[in-house]
Design a protein around this ligand. Structure first.
Ligand SMILES: [Zn+2]
Length: 157
């Protein structure tokens, strides 16, 4: 049996609901070890990255919901696909950035497949990135690799 009450989180993409990672959490009391064998095996089977995340509660309460304390920092170990030897410290902002990066990394192939999917039997729109602004638009609207806005503003690749 595995204790799932608020100890195992599944980080997922809000739009597609695709799971991104399994995260085993605990309050940081200075421990060196946080067993997470089941989470690790589950993640390996699912082909998802997994992490153990220890969090330190701040002295202040959350502005959005004062019934909860804020978090002042995290210690993180990756379990899958590579097991970290040491804990790595993250500020809440840095950990948020890390998760955001993970979402982009994990979901890029899914995002691309989603955008390119056939709709109602119609052929999917082929898209490309504008070389100047990076905006993703239908490939027909790109001229010399540039979107219309960038062409009008005289931007170059
Ligand atoms: Zn552009």
């Amino acid at each position: 049996m595995i204790d799932l009450d608020a100890s195992l989180y599944i980080e997922y993409d809000n739009g597609t609901k695709e799971p991104l990672a399994l995260i085993e959490t605990a309050v940081d009391v200075g421990q060196d070890i946080k067993p997470a064998t089941v989470t690790k095996r589950l993640a390996a089977r699912a082909g998802l990255p997994a992490f153990t995340v220890l969090y330190t509660l701040a002295a202040t309460r959350l502005e959005a919901d004062p019934s909860w304390y804020d978090i002042s920092g995290f210690r993180v170990k990756q379990l899958v696909p590579h097991e970290s030897k040491a804990w790595q410290s993250f500020s809440p902002q840095a950990w948020r950035e890390f998760l955001y990066g993970l979402r982009q990394e994990c979901c890029r192939p899914l995002d691309e497949a989603f955008r390119a999917r056939p709709m109602n039997g119609k052929v999917a729109t082929v898209v490309g990135d504008c070389y100047a602004c990076g905006r993703r638009i239908p490939i027909d609207a790109l001229k010399a690799g540039l979107c219309e806005d960038c062409r009008q503003e005289g931007r170059r690749r």
